[in-house]
Design a binder for this molecule. Structure first.
Ligand code: SF4
Length: 364
């Protein structure tokens, strides 16, 4: 028998002049007026990060391509983010009680459950989303109780969108999770959600985390614009939330411990209770925080690096530096969402759509 061989032809996707440059300066019609986009002067941490990771990826992002289906791992992180935003916004307005926060969480979760059941998705997808919502519910009820000390903190911003001038050419844009005051000190708080967290790795990596340093620099510049003391910004408090791995399991015994004739699947309520119980028994496994102080010298050192990165980024945007693939970034801990696109030689964007919004993460 003849063996079938799958052959894929390598494509050419590398352009010396990125296509988006043309798009960027295309006048767009707004409400009766022509709007010229000047994206080359704006940078977010995620855009810069993608450029550093792979220029091809950054090019696709700037062209507005994004996957139609949200990755399940992002979906869970986004849900936790949404819950945290709601909780801390409530804490900013007034000091709620723990039970008031838990009630708000229940309301948000039931809305999410209803929305998920109405979405047109495959049965498998509906089930995995239901599981995520159940896990988020259990996790965040315990979170509220574990970190109830947050109710007393002096929160000065939650989900603040910033846009500050950096040097004479650039604007740094972004959205910080939140910040609080501790005496005269200002601390930025950033959330990180993951199922695989190596504390040892985190400990080493967070001391030069580019996102936090970027936010730090932006906060300092904001304070300077307001006429305050930038050195009040002391560092970042990382709020780590570990994703529980549980899912429905088979129930083999009844409440009295008697063996069931036919094992049944755990109900949603039973699963929720079990996850909550397991988190209660080991809260430090699911929730922990790192305070990383960034001394002024560290911020200055990063500022120099940022200037150098932005300088090269601008050269690339102007077509003076080539666009090439960074093959070492395609797979690994996370799979690049553009892998099928690159595999097709940049010809097929099946499963992708083009968005007009570049900095979607900054949308309210
Ligand atoms: S798949 Fe690889 S080469 Fe293609 S954009 Fe992603 S990281 Fe770059």
């Amino acid at each position: 028998m003849k063996k079938k061989k799958k052959v894929r032809l390598a494509g050419t996707t590398t352009n010396t002049t990125p296509v988006f440059l043309v798009k960027m300066f295309e006048p767009r019609k707004g409400k009766g007026k022509v709007v010229v986009r000047k994206l080359e002067l704006e940078a977010t941490q995620s855009l810069l990060n993608s450029w550093v990771a792979c220029r091809m990826k950054c090019k696709y992002m700037l062209q507005g391509w994004e996957p139609v289906a949200q990755k399940a791992s992002f979906r869970f992180g986004n849900l936790i983010h949404k819950i945290l935003e709601m909780l801390y916004k409530r804490m900013m307005v007034k000091k709620p009680t723990v039970s008031e926060l838990e009630n708000s969480l229940d309301t948000l979760v039931s809305k999410e459950m209803k929305a998920a059941s109405l979405r047109r998705a495959s049965p498998g997808d509906i089930e995995s989303e239901r599981l995520e919502i159940l896990k988020a519910n259990a996790l965040m009820h315990e979170y509220i109780n574990v970190w109830k000390g947050d109710l007393k903190k002096d929160w000065i911003e939650v989900e603040k969108v910033f846009n500050v001038q950096f040097g004479d050419k650039w604007h740094l844009k972004g959205k910080r999770d939140r910040a609080f005051k501790k005496g005269k000190e200002i601390w930025i708080q950033e959330d990180k959600t993951s199922s695989r967290i190596s504390e040892e790795e985190l400990d080493l990596r967070l001391s030069f985390d580019a996102q936090s340093l970027f936010y730090n620099v932006a906060k300092r510049l904001e304070i300077i614009e307001e006429g305050g003391n930038p050195d009040a910004v002391k560092g970042v408090m990382y709020n780590i939330v570990r994703v529980p791995g549980q899912r429905w399991k088979q129930v083999k015994k009844d409440v009295n411990g008697k063996k069931l004739k036919t094992p049944r699947l755990e109900s949603d309520k039973e699963l929720l209770e079990r996850i909550r119980q397991e988190i209660k028994e080991e809260p430090e496994h699911y929730f922990f925080r790192y305070e990383v102080g960034f001394p002024t010298e560290a911020v200055f050192e990063y500022t120099e690096e940022l200037k150098a990165k932005l300088h090269e980024f601008k050269l690339w945007l102007e077509g003076k530096l080539a666009t090439y693939k960074n093959e070492s970034h395609c797979t690994g801990r996370y799979r690049c969402e553009f892998l099928p696109v690159c595999a097709s030689g940049g010809k097929s964007f099946d499963g992708f759509s083009k968005s007009r919004v570049l900095f979607r993460e900054l949308e309210e």
